[in-house]
Design a protein around this ligand. Sequence first.
Ligand SMILES: NC(=O)c1ccc[n+]([C@@H]2O[C@H](COP(=O)([O-])OP(=O)(O)OC[C@H]3O[C@@H](n4cnc5c(N)ncnc54)[C@H](O)[C@@H]3O)[C@@H](O)[C@H]2O)c1
Length: 247
Amino acid sequence: MGSRNDKVTLITGASRGIGRATACLLAADGGRLALGGRNMDSLAETARRVQEAGGEPLVLALDVTSDESVAAAVAAVMEKWGRIDHLVNNAGMTRDSLLMRTRSEDFAAVMDTNLGGVYRVSKAVVPRMLKARTGRMVNLSSVIGETGNPGQTTYAASKAAIIGFTRSLAREIASRGITVNCVAPGLIETEMTTAMPVAARDDLLSRIPLGRPGSPDDVAGAIRFLLSEQAGYITGSVIRVNGGLYM
Ligand SMILES: NC(=O)c1ccc[n+]([C@@H]2O[C@H](COP(=O)([O-])OP(=O)(O)OC[C@H]3O[C@@H](n4cnc5c(N)ncnc54)[C@H](O)[C@@H]3O)[C@@H](O)[C@H]2O)c1
């Protein structure tokens, strides 16, 4: 066990999709994985897979829209492992509609989850990294935040904002040895995109040079790289994992 990776990684929205794939990939390196999310049954399944892959899981009830929930989850990780080396701000949601049909409560919910979640969890975790004078953070943006898409004004705004947040925080804490980067996935096959209208999905697909949608593992690989020792000189960057959809 001595040479195995003992880094503690907190992943938000780890119950399925990209969050789960990232947890399982990191587990293969033998890491300690704090799995945050709202669906405890699905999180338990992620934990089972993490264990199977060789990692040590900790399941956490976490709603990124709640300050109290975030504080409790971070406290639980600190109590169990005493540190948080890596943070993957992955939790996110869509409520797509044309602007004229967008309800204010949907705008607020998407912003509060996607952008507010990154803000809340980062604010709770960064003090631990500052103290340790080391750390890695990866935030999930989206190709849509860079290109825009009809019917996704709110989602695009939240994901573009995450890039600005990332670059600002990267500048704030670089001198403490902490890197902050984004991964911007394209069309990835998860429950988020199976909910898309078929025409919108087909339109995106037809514009992907690599000719296929991405898998959660494609994204997990980029996240793993940004968390690795080898990525120590990369901060404030956006790594696109989009099959060439936007370049
Ligand atoms: N699937 C894609 O094509 C795609 C493309 C670009 C970006 N992304 C981004 O990648 C991330 C993961 O997406 P996915 O495709 O795996 O989607 P998904 O819907 O399968 O997973 C999202 C996860 O976030 C969790 N979540 C949502 N609100 C939460 C909250 N308030 N508190 C805690 N957890 C919450 C969900 O429960 C779920 O586990 C998201 O930020 C998404 O915007 C996805």
